[in-house]
Design a protein around this ligand. Structure first.
Ligand SMILES: Cc1cc2nc3c(=O)[nH]c(=O)nc-3n(C[C@H](O)[C@H](O)[C@H](O)COP(=O)(O)OP(=O)(O)OC[C@H]3O[C@@H](n4cnc5c(N)ncnc54)[C@H](O)[C@@H]3O)c2cc1C
Ligand code: SF4
Length: 550
């Protein structure tokens, strides 16, 4: 817990909004660099004793996530249509707690490859999209990827994939033990001449930096880890930031506005405490790390006479180019029990289809992994969508649970300007603030790529000897957990929101660093890159602050 307490009236060096995957890293790095830092987090501060293995509560009743009661959302696929409230299942889903979605994520930690940063130059423009190169290269980010692996804690095997980008250090921990799904996936993939490798995971395979190794409880995807083996910022970055004596993490602090002065500089943020009382935390600089849904919402909600279209929005791009990654799924039933419900989700991956290949006739690429997939309730729900949802046939399929595994093809999403987070004109949250409105329609190439990945998954499961392989329909997405691209980085202030150092083009002491900064979507596992960007951003922001350039 934070030893230091700052008054709202104290002008701290930095106020960081959000304590998730990026916010936790920024807090630790800025505090260890000697700056007074307040982290404002809308959710509660939970401890391992609070976490439960309750599928109903965590997946359906929003135990630790944004929920309809507090933070409703609306959705439309057509930008001209009136968005409809999503009800119980928000369109963009994230954990609303100290640690953010790093508390309940699945922890697949792939680095982006070199191509991800320069793909537009290699492939050319794609009509109807904002497909661009990044303003930074893989080489610039590489030292920070290593920092994520060593400081956050990632297990894996360097050099195991022939497609891996260059790295300066090995992983700090060996890979996690292989599961049945991993063995079968590896068998099928090798028969086809592919190159399976141990999944890099932000999960301890052994005791590491004061945290235990995974105890294989099986409640990883969508649950928080009571063993503290999952490398959440709740267990690593946040306590380390607090240990500096310069960082205060203030839970139940819902930021509603960033204010600016007559010169157009940020003065701090207004937030509501647990009782709904408004406070104002003064700061020399503001860093938003509230994720790809909430960072643009906050900027749009901070419109003023000087910034009528929202703060930092002179490009008109705040909230636009939302990307969610497409996950194409097949499930496979084998003769013998796999008992996949134990341990982590994923132990084997392939990157043979990572790069886009113009010969396929569409843009896209990705990685495939083998996993348990959903917990029993969700699994039963899915079965009901694929076939009968009652009667003896349904019961017979329910009994297949222990013999079932799935393969997910994680693919690209193109940045399309009409795919966006904006403010709903009518729907309000529990505090009367405009709700998130999501507009999303997959680009045809994203769907073509999903079908391509699904075909490869079927081939692998057939080669592995599955008795039956079932495809989930490749349909338009209306639900996402990867919230990317909504305040993209770039060198040109007309076509991006932040510069290559995450400083907004319009407000010199306002920085944005989280999933919203991504220019392209990568191939499905963005958080390693989000955190590498956060380590890099913190280095540069600290450098600017020391030089008096903020
Ligand atoms: C079930 C699930 C599984 C996932 N699995 C993987 C995976 O295997 N691999 C992978 O790479 N990614 C995975 N992800 C995605 C990953 O969790 C996110 O990419 C990552 O957490 C995003 O980091 P962030 O810092 O942008 O935002 P977050 O981690 O979401 O943090 C944002 C924080 O800001 C807080 N906040 C928001 N608005 C405000 C406000 N107004 N005031 C104060 N606080 C605010 C939020 O409460 C939250 O704590 C998964 C996500 C989910 C939901
Ligand atoms: S399977 Fe391992 S990492 Fe996942 S929640 Fe359980 S103990 Fe934690």
């Amino acid at each position: 817990m934070s030893a230091v307490r700052y008054r709202d009236s104290t002008v701290v060096d930095f106020v960081v909004v959000g304590s998730g995957a990026a916010g936790g890293v920024l807090a630790r790095e800025l505090a260890t660099s000697g700056f007074s830092t307040v982290v404002l987090e809308q959710g509660p501060r939970l401890t391992p004793a609070d976490f439960e293995h309750d599928e109903l509560k965590y997946w359906f009743l929003g135990a630790i996530t944004n929920s309809d009661g507090r933070s409703p959302q609306s959705f439309r696929s057509d930008p001209e249509a009136v968005a409809k409230p999503t009800g119980m299942r928000p369109a963009l889903w994230y954990a609303r707690t100290v640690g953010g979605s790093s508390t309940h994520f699945t922890a697949n930690y792939w680095r982006f490859h070199e191509i991800d940063f320069i793909e537009r130059s290699k492939l050319g423009p794609i009509a109807g999209t904002g497909f661009e190169d990044w303003p930074i290269t893989y080489a610039e980010l590489e030292p920070y990827y290593s920092k994520v692996e060593w400081d956050i804690g990632v297990s894996g095997l360097a050099g195991a994939s022939p497609f891996d980008p260059p790295r300066s250090r090995p992983f700090p921990m060996p890979p996690l033990p292989v599961k049945s799904s991993g063995v079968l996936f590896e068998r099928g993939a090798r028969k086809l001449g592919l190159h399976p490798f141990p999944a890099p995971m932000a999960i301890n395979s052994q005791f590491y930096r004061g945290r235990a190794a995974c105890i294989s409880c099986g409640f990883c995807h969508g649950f928080a880890c009571e063993a503290q083996a999952k490398s959440s910022t709740l267990f690593n970055m946040i306590p380390e930031a607090e240990a500096t004596g310069r960082c205060e993490v203030r839970a139940h602090s819902y930021v509603v506005r960033v204010d600016t002065d007559a010169k157009g500089r940020a003065t701090g943020v207004a937030y509501l405490d647990r009782a709904g009382r408004e406070h104002f935390q003064k700061a020399r600089a503001v860093v938003l790390a509230a994720n790809g849904a909430e960072t643009p919402r906050l900027l749009l909600g901070s419109a003023s006479a000087r910034f009528p279209d929202g703060l930092a929005n002179s490009s008109g791009l705040v909230g636009k180019y939302l990307m969610m990654n497409y996950s194409a799924r097949v499930s496979a039933v084998f003769e013998h029990e796999l008992n996949e419900y134990k341990s982590v989700q994923v132990t084997r991956v392939i990157h043979d289809f990572y790069d886009a290949d113009p010969r396929r006739g569409f843009y896209g690429g990705g990685g495939l992994d083998a996993r348990i997939g959903p917990q029993p309730m969700m699994w039963a729900q899915r079965l009901g969508q694929e076939g009968p949802s009652w009667g003896s046939a349904f019961k017979a399929r329910l009994r297949e649970f222990p013999r079932n595994m799935i393969v997910l093809g994680h693919g690209t999403s193109l940045p399309v300007a009409s795919n966006a987070v904006s403010l709903d004109p009518k729907l309000k949250d529990a505090w009367g603030r405009p709700a998130v409105r999501v507009t999303y329609k997959d680009h045809p190439d994203d769907l073509a790529n999903a079908r391509f990945m699904q075909d490869r998954a079927v081939e692998i499961m057939d080669a592995a000897g599955a008795q039956r392989v079932t495809r989930s329909p490749v349909a338009e997405q209306n639900f996402g957990m990867h919230l990317l691209g909504t305040c993209r980085m770039g060198n040109d202030a007309r076509s991006s929101v932040v510069d290559r150092y995450h400083r907004t083009h319009d407000v010199p002491n306002l920085f944005l660093c989280d999933g919203s900064s991504l220019v392209t979507s990568g191939r499905g596992q963005p958080t390693m890159t989000i955190q590498a960007l956060a380590f890099r951003a913190a280095d540069h922001i600290a450098r600017f602050a020391r030089a008096g350039e903020i």
